[in-house]
Design a binder for this molecule. Sequence first.
Ligand code: GLN
Length: 244
Amino acid sequence: MTKTLRIAHLYPRDLNVYGDLGNVITLAKRLEWRGFQAAVLPVEPGQVFDFSSVDLVFGGGGQNSAQTVNAEDLLARGDELRKISADGVPMLLICGSYQLFGQDFFDADGRHFPGLGIFRSRTTAGPDRMIGNIVVDSPFGQLVGFENHSGRTVLEEGQQALGTVLQGFGNNGSTGDEGAVAGNTIGTYLHGPALPKNPALADHLLLCALRRRFGVEELEPLDDALAVRAATIAAARPQGHQTT
Ligand code: GLN
């Protein structure tokens, strides 16, 4: 029987902007190309869902309204998600989901939404949006993506960032850091989607999951020449960034 990884996709109906679904497709295809399989399990508000046998978690971004609609449901799943995150289940959270995996989110009306606290971070909606292509120096190489957020995320002292902004805004446009990492749980503002453009990040998540589930120590290399070339060109072009 084909070895299968179970991927929980958080709130695909509402939290899926700027091609975020492409991240899940990338994870599934990179598994298939190596002889494994992915079972993608959508998690929607109110649905009974057992995270205990999940191998990887993905959550995308969304408008503030969509994000806050799902915030309460996410919080109700907090104990389970904190437990599997602490157990090393890899997770990738983009933008809106990333914000809700921090400690607090304050929307444009000043309403407070408590987060899961997996990242020691706090996000506050700002008066303008930070939009444009972004390049980040990270342990997974140079990452490229697209960002569009009004939320400013500030990491607490000691909270590890995903990387350093080379072009663009990142967490808040002023501290120069981007994203957050807690064990194998990664939060980032990179849409685009992130994983097809950054195969090393995709493989990091997959190797964490395959190691935990099947004891896999190494991934069969894939031909990523095209993705790498595209990322190199994207990173080299001077970018226009705007706040609106
Ligand atoms: N609503 C959040 C913000 O603007 C997240 C946006 C997104 O996910 N792209 O900060």
